[in-house]
Design a protein around this ligand. Structure first.
Ligand code: GTP
Ligand code: MG
Length: 325
């Protein structure tokens, strides 16, 4: 993979590869949430000067160098199309839900976030995707394996067996293709990214990474007054690592997120996603899940680069996510 990238002239650079940025400055920048060329490319010279403790001339040069090394700019239409062509899709199991997502399900090289109250179906969708990713491409899968990072201890092998049976697959085989890790705290959760990269380098055909829940540990560990900025910074960094994983290895990332009630809001649904804007910006597709009529669930597209803010009705069934209950 790295080799392939180098051949295309897309070598992975580190902050310290930029003229004027030594290890000391790199540490300072990383502490401020800037840890790669993209972070440098989008900051202003005066902000960088302040963060790094260097003059604006040095800062400006560093930013220009970062932009140059990243080849920021335009891609011709054919190249853009070629890059989009290898996108793969994983069916949710519900046509309605797939349609909400543009027709085929969640997609690779992007992150899909589902947030909603307890019991809204976030975990059930994750489990269903972990099974469906194993389907052949013409059946709505990616012919791949799933990684399931479980922060809450809610992963149930029996539930996977049941969903597998629902699509007529061999339950034991399906279970073997899901690599589960229990993350005990946010540090552990972050470390697991490296483990996932290692698995892929060792040839595991991982096409889906589920993080259930993305925010629970961060929320519990950084709950004190004055810790919000720290939490957001760590979360931001983690989200970028996840996005990078998705882009570099052409895999889909699905994350779940809790909501906190917002008593100040008097109309509509008084809930907001944890992590707020930070998570919202990083997610390519943001979906709000809630309970609907007669045992149904409703998914609402909240934020997407190319899709309308529609709603879709679906059901959580014994066989996973379906159009009908
Ligand atoms: P939290 O993790 O608590 O925030 O909630 P969540 O959004 O992850 O909820 P989850 O996806 O676990 O949804 C739980 C709901 O799914 C249950 O209340 C059931 O309604 C439904 N469900 C779970 N398992 C089954 C099953 O085997 N059969 C059916 N029919 N429904 C199920
Ligand atoms: Mg859950």
């Amino acid at each position: 993979m790295a080799k392939e990238k180098e051949e295309k002239g897309e070598k992975e650079y580190k902050l310290t590869d930029i003229p004027g940025i030594g290890p000391g400055i790199a540490v300072k920048l990383e502490a401020s949430g800037i840890y790669d060329l993209m972070g440098l490319a989008v900051i202003s010279p005066s902000d960088l000067a302040e963060l790094a403790g260097v003059g604006t001339a040095v800062a400006r040069k560093a930013i220009q160098a970062a932009r140059g090394m990243m080849k920021l700019g335009f891609t011709d239409g054919a190249e853009f199309d070629r890059k989009r062509k290898d996108i793969i899709y994983i069916t949710t199991g519900s046509k309605n839900f797939n349609d909400l997502l543009g027709g085929k399900g969640i997609e690779s090289k992007s992150m899909t976030e589902a947030y909603g109250a307890f019991g809204s179906g976030k975990t059930q969708l994750g489990l269903t995707l972990a099974v469906n990713v194993q389907l052949p491409k013409d059946k709505g899968g990616a012919n791949g394996k799933a990684v399931y990072v479980d922060t809450e201890g809610t992963f149930r092998p029996d539930r996977i067996r049941q969903i597998a049976e629902g699509i007529g697959a061999n339950p034991e085989k399906v279970l073997k293709n899901i690599l589960i890790a229990r993350a005990f705290n946010s540090d552990h959760q972050i470390l697991l990214i490296d483990k996932i990269t290692e698995l892929i380098k060792n040839g595991e055909p991982i096409k889906l990474v589920v993080i259930d829940s993305l925010t629970a540990h961060f929320r519990a560990e950084f709950s004190g007054r004055g810790q919000l900025a720290d939490r957001q910074q760590r979360l931001n960094r983690y989200l970028h690592q996840l996005m990078k994983l998705a882009e570099q290895h052409n895999l889909a990332v699905y994350v779940t997120n809790q909501v906190m009630s917002n008593p100040a809001m008097m109309f509509g649904d008084p809930t907001t996603a944890i992590g707020g804007h930070i998570v919202g910006h990083a997610s390519t597709y943001r979906i709000y899940l809630r309970r609907g009529k007669a045992g149904s669930r409703v998914a609402k597209m909240i934020d997407s680069p190319n899709l309308p803010e529609n709603e879709a009705q679906f059901f959580v069934t014994g066989a996973g996510i379906r159009d009908e209950g």
